[in-house]
Design a protein around this ligand. Structure first.
Ligand code: FES
Ligand SMILES: [Fe+2]
Length: 315
C-alpha cells in the first residue's frame, strides 16, 4: 500500500463510523467490515454492545461464529472466553483454565450506541459524534430506513445524498420534475470538518443548513413553514473501496401515528433508484483531485466536500 493511502486509512480509522443499527446487534454475534477490518459485533447480558476484531488470537477463527455467555464472548473453535475489554478469562484446555497468558487477548475497539446506531472507532476518534437533539427527543418519532449496502465507496454514497442535480432525472415524480431541472443557487461554507450548505427545493417551503460532518455523516433539517420539522440523518459505513452501508434515519415531530413502513418503503424506492446509478460510477471512490471529473456551479457541495476531505487527510 502506498504512503498516501496509509495516511488516508489512518485518518479514517480515527473517526466514529456506523457499523449496525442497535436493534440488529444481539447476543448472537454478527460479522461486518469497517475499513477492511473484519469485526464481530455482540451485545452482553447487561445490554452493552461491543466490537472486536473478528479473529481469535488462538487460531484466527472468526469470533462472530462464537456465542455470548453473560458478559463474555466464547470462541466457536476451542471455547476460549473473552470479556468486554478483550482480556481472555478462561482457556478450557488448561488444567487451570484461568491461568491465561497475558498475550491471550481479543482486540476490542471503542464502541458507542447513539441514535439507535452502533458506532465504532478503530483508533481514538478525533471528533465527537454530531449532536442531533431531535433524534433523542420524546416528541419526535425516528424511523430507521435501510440499511443500504451498495457496491461503491462511502464517499460516492455520501455525495449522492448531497447532489441536487439528479433529483429530476433519477427520482422523477418523487423528488423532482424533469421539466424543472434547473438547480437554484445555494450557499456552501466549510467550518473545520463540517461542510454546510443551504438549499430550498422548489417544492419545499423552506430549509435550513444541511451540514456534512466529515467524513461520511449528513444531517439535514427541513422546516416546513411552521412548527413541523423533519430531520434526515445519514451516515455511511466505509467497508472497503467497493463496499459501503448507508444508515438513514428520518425523524419528524408531526404525523406521529403514521406506521414506519410508509417511510421505509419510500426510502427503499429512492435508494434503489440511486443505487444503480452510483454503483456504475468510476472510479468507485470519489476522485478527490478537482481536476478529475467536471464541476459546474450547481456541484458546489461536491467541490467543497472534496476540498475538505483532502484538507483533513481523507483523500
Ligand atoms: S481459535 Fe479461538 S479458541 Fe481456538
Ligand atoms: Fe437520489
Amino acid at each position: 500500500m502506498s504512503t498516501v493511502s496509509d495516511a488516508r486509512l489512518a485518518a479514517l480509522r480515527a473517526c466514529w463510523h456506523p457499523v449496525a443499527y442497535g436493534v440488529d446487534v444481539t447476543a448472537a454475534p454478527r460479522a461486518t467490515t469497517l475499513l477492511d477490518e473484519p469485526l464481530a459485533l455482540w451485545r452482553d447480558a447487561r445490554g452493552a454492545a461491543h466490537a472486536f476484531r473478528d479473529a481469535c488470537v488462538h487460531r484466527g477463527t472468526a469470533l462472530s461464529l462464537g456465542r455470548v455467555e453473560g458478559d463474555e464472548i466464547v470462541c466457536a473453535y476451542h471455547g476460549w472466553r473473552y470479556r468486554a475489554d478483550g482480556a481472555c478469562t478462561a482457556i478450557p484446555q488448561l488444567a487451570e483454565p484461568t491461568r491465561v497468558p497475558a498475550r491471550a487477548r481479543a482486540v476490542a475497539y471503542s464502541t458507542v450506541e447513539r441514535y439507535g446506531i452502533i458506532w465504532v472507532a478503530l483508533e481514538a476518534p478525533r471528533w465527537p459524534l454530531p449532536d442531533v437533539p431531535e433524534l433523542e427527543a420524546g416528541a419526535w418519532r425516528t424511523v430507521r430506513t435501510g440499511p443500504f449496502a451498495w457496491a461503491c465507496d462511502a464517499s460516492r454514497q455520501v455525495e449522492n445524498f448531497t447532489d441536487f442535480g439528479h433529483f429530476a432525472f433519477v427520482h422523477p415524480g418523487l423528488l423532482g420534475d424533469p421539466d424543472h431541472a434547473v438547480v437554484a443557487p445555494y450557499e456552501v461554507s466549510t467550518d473545520g470538518h463540517v461542510v454546510r450548505y443551504a438549499y430550498g427545493r422548489p417544492d419545499a417551503p423552506n430549509t435550513e443548513a444541511f451540514p456534512v460532518h466529515l467524513p461520511y455523516t449528513i444531517v439535514e433539517h427541513i422546516d416546513w413553514a411552521g412548527a413541523d420539522g423533519l430531520v434526515y440523518f445519514f451516515a455511511s459505513q466505509p467497508g472497503a473501496a467497493d463496499a459501503c452501508i448507508g444508515y438513514c434515519l428520518v425523524a419528524r415531530n408531526y404525523n406521529l401515528e403514521q406506521p414506519d413502513e410508509v417511510i421505509q418503503a419510500f426510502e427503499r424506492t429512492i435508494f434503489a433508484q440511486d443505487q444503480r446509478v452510483v454503483e456504475s460510477q468510476r472510479p468507485e471512490r470519489v476522485p478527490f483531485d478537482l481536476a478529475d471529473e467536471l464541476h459546474l456551479t450547481f456541484d458546489a457541495v461536491a467541490v467543497a466536500y472534496r476540498r475538505a476531505m483532502r484538507a483533513h487527510g481523507f483523500a
